[in-house]
Structures are given as structure tokens and as C-alpha cells.
Design a protein around this ligand. Structure first.
Ligand SMILES: Cc1ncc(COP(=O)(O)O)c(C=O)c1O
Length: 389
């Protein structure tokens, strides 16, 4: 529904009243503004750049179509995501297929569709891709995902670039893997791929990544090996505490960091942002079922739970919570919880809210990334719907 009146805190609350809760609300103005700013800042880098949107962050078909329409490619981690991306209109040549555990049918699907690149995470995977490509009579374009052993200073569940992580090929093993890839007849080694983690706010780890990449490029150039693409992954964080003040990530600063790279003529730079693209445009909208007064606590019990938004339960993530019905008045401290039969089904402890009552509408902000895409039907609950304005 377009052009609906926006009332409380900029949300179309009247329209929300007619929706079954919980549901995800996506503000398309924020999404479009974010995509325009991203494309503007990325275009200032001196090399040809492509943004592969990380579909895992949110695979809602309407959002995917909007993102494909802005010319982005897609970063995919399963056969299902490849199908969703094709359906949404992403160009196969602008698709990169990552993931430590690609099944044979998924690799075949990627080859059939002509994905632009397989980001390879292990030697056995490289050999299987080569064998399946040989069977299908084609050549697979591959990039080697390097684990650069850089700590992104983020939550341990979303750190991916350290030596302890299951992702990528340890940097010290890269020479053997490059040599192997160059000998496999049904594999075309097109590039190197990196992804050091998610929700990265301090950009210094990206500077370290640039240093690592520059050293690798010098080394391989001296061996006469030229990579067509360098993919620096995703991970740029968003401001969960104050989404109205920072509705958009600082793309200028982020892309500026990669100006430290020393790419060679003809080399392309690829990115894979997910959260920074869709995080701010989404909110989970829920209704208060009960306000329960316990001995030491007041609980606001929502009809949304960890099945709708698992981030707080999974990695103690913080989302700003707002009462859209009772907007004024002195605030009280509530524990905001869901209805799921798990003690971890808690969105916030001691959350300041105006006096809150049964039936009030509550927004959990900045839930556009890793919200709807991680929803489950645990407890036989329905999946949340979505609403666009
Ligand atoms: C390989 C890869 N690329 C990109 C991303 C996107 O990360 P973010 O949403 O933090 O930008 C992820 C997230 O886990 C990933 O694993």
C-alpha cells in the first residue's frame, strides 16, 4: 500500500491497526534512499565495482525485486537463494555463490543458471565443483574464499574471518589451493574472496583487510597470476540504538576505506553487504497481549517472539523498542518478552516505555536484516507477514 498517512513516529499506525500482527513493516523510502546512497558512494571508487546484496539478510520477494531493480547483484548461500534471486530478476552473471557446504544439486543448479562466481571454501569443494562441471561439459568460474585471520571485533557468532572460524581457506594454505585451481581443467580461477564478519562498526579491520589484499596482489603479480575480481565481502554495521538519527550507514566512509586497495588495471572490486542495505528499512510490528506485574518486574508480553525475530535470543542483539500507541508520558522499565516457551524469548530487559497497555502496537526497529529471513515456526507458530509503504 503506497501513500498511506504516517502518524506516530513516522509509522502509518492507522493502516497497522487493520493488519494481523505480528508482521514486518518495510519503509520503501528508506530502502530506496539507502540504495541510491550506496550506489553513489560506491561509484566514487576508481575501479569497476559491483555490490552483491547478501540475500540471506532478507529474501522477501518484494525487497529482492527492488534491490535487483537498482542494479545490484546477489550473494547467495543455498540453492533456494539462487532460485529466489533468479525469480526476483537478478542477473546470473551478477551472482556469487558462497557457503561452506554446497550440496551437489546446488552446485549443478549454480552451473545451469550460469552464476558469475562460486566462492570456494575448501579443497574438497573445489574438486567437487570441477568434477560436476566436467560432467556437465562446462567450466565453473571460482574465487577462493580466503580466511585472512582478522578479528572484526564483533559478536563471536558473527565473526567469520579468524583462524578458529569454519569459513574460508586459511591464508597459509592459499598457495597450494591457487596452484590446484590453476591445474583443474573445468575450473576458471577468477578471483579472491574475503568476508571477515558482520555488524562491523569500527572500520579498522577493513583497513587491515586492504593491507592483506595488497600484499597478496603483489605476491601473485610477481608470479604472473592475475585475478579478475577481488571480493571484500560484507559486514558493515548499522546503528541499532538510534535508527532515526542514522537511518543510513556511513557509506562514504565505508567505501572510502577500500580506496586503500591497490587494484591492478582491469581488476574489479566486489562487495556483499546485507545488513547495511535492508536493516534500517524494516521494523517488526507487534501487539501487546498482556502486561504482567511480577514481584520485581513488569513484563510486556508481545504477540511477537523469538520465532519472528531471533537476533536478541541468538546473540543478545539490541533493537530499539517503541510503543506506537502510547507515545507520550513518563516512562517505566519493562521487560519486553515474547510468547514462546523458552526463557531466552526476551527482546529487552528494563526497557523504558510509556505506560503500556494490552492492545498497544509496539515496533521493534532496525529489524530489516536477519529478521524475517530467520523466522521459524517453532511452537507451530505462523510465520510473520509483511507490509510495505
Ligand atoms: C559470505 C558472506 N558475505 C556477506 C555477508 C553479509 O554480511 P552483512 O549482512 O553483515 O553485510 C555474509 C553474512 O554472514 C556472508 O557470510
Amino acid at each position: 500500500m503506497e501513500n498511506v498517512p504516517r502518524t506516530n513516529k513516522g509509522f502509518p499506525v492507522e493502516a497497522f491497526e487493520r493488519q494481523r500482527t505480528p508482521f514486518y513493516y518495510y519503509d520503501l523510502d528508506i530502502l530506496h534512499g539507502t540504495l541510491a546512497e550506496l550506489n553513489r558512494c560506491m561509484a566514487r571508487l576508481p575501479w569497476p565495482c559491483t555490490m552483491h546484496y547478501a540475500v540471506k539478510a532478507n529474501a522477501n520477494p518484494r525487497l529482492l525485486a527492488e534491490i535487483a531493480g537498482h542494479g545490484l547483484g546477489a550473494d547467495l548461500v543455498s540453492g533456494g537463494e539462487i532460485q529466489a534471486a533468479i525469480h526476483a530478476g537478478f542477473k546470473p552473471a551478477l551472482m556469487a555463490y558462497s557457503g561452506v557446504g554446497k550440496a551437489d544439486w546446488e552446485i549443478r543448479l549454480g552451473l545451469e543458471c550460469g552464476v558469475g562466481c562460486f566462492n570456494v571454501e575448501s579443497v574438497p569443494e573445489l574438486e567437487v565443483i570441477s568434477a560436476l562441471a566436467a560432467e556437465m561439459g562446462c567450466t565453473a568460474p571460482v574465487a577462493i574464499r580466503v580466511n585472512p585471520d582478522i578479528d572484526a571485533h564483533t559478536h563471536r557468532y558473527i565473526t567469520t574471518g579468524t583462524a578458529q572460524s569454519k569459513f574460508g581457506i586459511p591464508i597459509e594454505q592459499l598457495p597450494q589451493v591457487v596452484d590446484l585451481a590453476l591445474t583443474l581443467p573445468h575450473v576458471h580461477l577468477s578471483g579472491l574472496h574475503f568476508h571477515i564478519g558482520s555488524q562491523i562498526i569500527d572500520l579498522q579491520p577493513y583497513e587491515m583487510l586492504c593491507d592483506t589484499i595488497n600484499a597478496l596482489l603483489d605476491h601473485y603479480e610477481s608470479r604472473g597470476i592475475h585475478f579478475e575480481t577481488i571480493n571484500v565481502g560484507g559486514g558493515l554495521g548499522i546503528d541499532y540504538s538510534d535508527p532515526d538519527c542514522h537511518a543510513m550507514p556511513d557509506f562514504e566512509h565505508y567505501f572510502g576505506t577500500f580506496a586503500h586497495l591497490r587494484l591492478r588495471d582491469g581488476q574489479q572490486l566486489h562487495f556483499e553487504l546485507g545488513r547495511a542495505v535492508v536493516g534500517a528499512c524494516g521494523s517488526l510490528i507487534s501487539r501487546v497481549l498482556y502486561v504482567k506485574h511480577s514481584r520485581d518486574k513488569q513484563f510486556v508480553i508481545l504477540d511477537a517472539g523469538m520465532t519472528d525475530l531471533i537476533r536478541p535470543a541468538l546473540y543478545e542483539a539490541h533493537h530499539l523498542i517503541q510503543n506506537l500507541t502510547a507515545v507520550d508520558g513518563a516512562s517505566q522499565a519493562y521487560d519486553v518478552v515474547g510468547p514462546v516457551c523458552e526463557s531466552s524469548d526476551v527482546f529487552a530487559h528494563d526497557c523504558p516505555l510509556p505506560v503500556t497497555r494490552r492492545g498497544d502496537l509496539i515496533a521493534l526497529r532496525s529489524a530489516g536484516a536477519y529478521g524475517e529471513s530467520m523466522a521459524s515456526s517453532y511452537n507451530q507458530r505462523s510465520l510473520p507477514g509483511s507490509y510495505f509503504a
